[in-house]
Design a binder for this molecule. Structure first.
Ligand SMILES: Nc1ccn([C@@H]2O[C@H](COP(=O)(O)OP(=O)(O)OP(=O)(O)O)[C@@H](O)[C@H]2O)c(=O)n1
Ligand SMILES: C[C@](O)(CO)[C@H](O)COP(=O)(O)O
Length: 242
């Protein structure tokens, strides 16, 4: 398995969560949400280094979390920007020169399992750009600014996109540099690669790999983790797979 560098963008404000602390520090099963995310990559044998991107006001708290959790693979905690794209770009610049492939994973997606992650890394090796995604369960409408329906795209052609997203380092660097020059701003790194005209492959993600965005997501995350622990306690699932 190819060793790779991981960028964890964690420099958002968590506004939609509406909590008094940044959502990344909210407890999930008594442990900060961000610690769950970092722990996954710390445990994966495919990962050589982890760069965390932080807001200025959270940097010391994240450094403290890394120390108390004993994470060994974190090579840098760098400052992010106003937009997620700027934050990831800051992370790209902080990767060690030896890193050839890069995974980007939202700090706010703590529920991916080790089994799912390692499977994804293996499948992604064949592609210059590969992203986790799941088929959408709802019928999706494209609408105008007033909410009038413009079209109903065939559901089989639609995917809800997740992270991790894995890229050849040179491709990700080129995409970020060119997008910065052109003033192109988007919500995920794969869109930058598409914009470059390079193919992006979707690989099966997990319906449990949710991004914690609003308070309901936190309730769902607690329920998913409780279910998993129950399965472990009943011998239906191994602890290593989590
Ligand atoms: N300027 C930003 C914005 C987002 N992120 C990170 O990108 C991930 C996905 O973003 P999202 O969940 O939308 O987080 P926030 O931007 O914090 O949420 P909100 O829009 O509600 O403020 C999060 O881990 C977040 O910390 C980042 O590093 N830098
Ligand atoms: C990268 C991402 O998580 C893929 O679903 C998503 O695009 C992040 O964007 P958001 O606007 O911050 O939710």
């Amino acid at each position: 398995m190819v060793k790779l560098g991981v960028i964890i963008p964690a420099a958002g404000q968590g506004k939609r969560m509406g909590a008094s602390v940044n959502k990344q520090f909210l407890p999930l099963q008594g442990r900060p949400l961000l610690a769950h995310t970092l722990s996954l990559f710390e445990r994966s044998g495919a990962v050589a280094e982890i760069v965390i991107v932080s807001a200025k006001e959270d940097r010391e708290r994240i450094a403290e979390l890394v120390r108390t959790e004993g994470f060994q693979k974190v090579s840098a905690i760098v400052l992010g920007g106003e937009e997620r794209q700027e934050s990831v770009f800051a992370g790209v610049k902080a990767l060690s020169s030896l890193i050839q492939r890069v995974a980007v994973h939202d700090g706010a997606r703590p529920l991916l399992t080790c089994l799912e992650l390692n499977r994804f890394f293996t499948e992604a090796e064949k592609f210059g750009a590969a992203i986790m995604a799941v088929p959408v369960k709802d019928t999706i409408k494209r609408v105008d600014a007033q909410g009038k329906v413009l079209e109903t795209p065939p559901r089989e052609t639609l995917r809800a996109v997740q992270t991790p997203q894995v890229f050849a380092r040179s491709l990700l660097e080129e995409a970020h540099h060119k997008a910065r020059e052109a003033g192109y701003l988007t919500t995920d790194d794969a869109a930058l690669i598409e914009w470059l005209g390079h193919p992006v492959q979707t690989l099966m993600g997990s319906l449990e790999n949710i991004k914690i965005t609003t308070p309901e997501d936190l309730d769902l995350a607690e329920a998913i983790l409780a279910k998993r622990m129950n399965q472990v306690n009943h011998g239906d699932r191994s602890l290593d797979s989590l």
